[in-house]
Design a protein around this ligand. Structure first.
Ligand code: GTP
Ligand code: MG
Length: 148
């Protein structure tokens, strides 16, 4: 089944939003396949956001991501990449709908609490980068109560 990479950024960890964010993905019905708390270095953050290296905010973005521990996760489920991005909300919290994570918990684009892969292909790449050791292989006994 489809998987996505979700990261709670340093501001989300510092602000005590880890449980709230995990709860939203869990309650939706998605399955947690990988989870760890870690602090990444500059080279790793630059690799994760390599596609944005030409942007004027790139250096600030890298500084932000390495400023403290993050929670890296792999979530699995039908359409989890697209639906995960909907749960997260628009990049700029000024435009994120209430009810989304960024809409409910963030104000500035440079402190938007959470990352989610933007496509199935980038999810595969990001899962490989963040979880080179692989992820857990289990299936929830709730599956028949979530999927028809
Ligand atoms: P991620 O899930 O973090 O990848 O966000 P996104 O896919 O919604 O947006 P994008 O990949 O375009 O940008 C990555 C991150 O860079 C955003 O989440 C913001 O934290 C930051 N960012 C994007 N645009 C801006 C900007 O115009 N100014 C600043 N300061 N940060 C930005
Ligand atoms: Mg992105």
């Amino acid at each position: 089944m489809e998987q996505t990479f979700i990261m709670i950024k340093p501001d989300g960890v510092q602000r005590g939003l880890v449980g709230e964010i995990i709860g939203r993905f869990e309650k939706k019905g998605f399955a947690l396949k990988g989870l760890k708390l870690l602090t990444v270095d500059q080279a790793f953050a630059e690799k994760h956001y390599a596609d944005l290296s030409a942007k004027p905010f790139f250096n600030g973005l890298v500084e932000y991501i390495i400023s403290g521990p993050v929670v890296a996760m792999v979530w699995e489920g039908k359409n989890v990449v697209t639906t995960g991005r909907k749960i997260i909300g628009a990049t700029n919290p000024a435009e994120s709908a209430p009810g989304t994570i960024r809409g409910d918990f963030a104000i500035d684009i440079g402190r938007n609490v959470i990352h989610g892969s933007d496509a199935v292909e980038s999810a595969k790449k990001e899962i490989g980068l963040w979880f080179p050791e692989g992820v857990a292989n289990w299936s929830s006994s709730l599956h028949p109560w979530i999927y028809e």
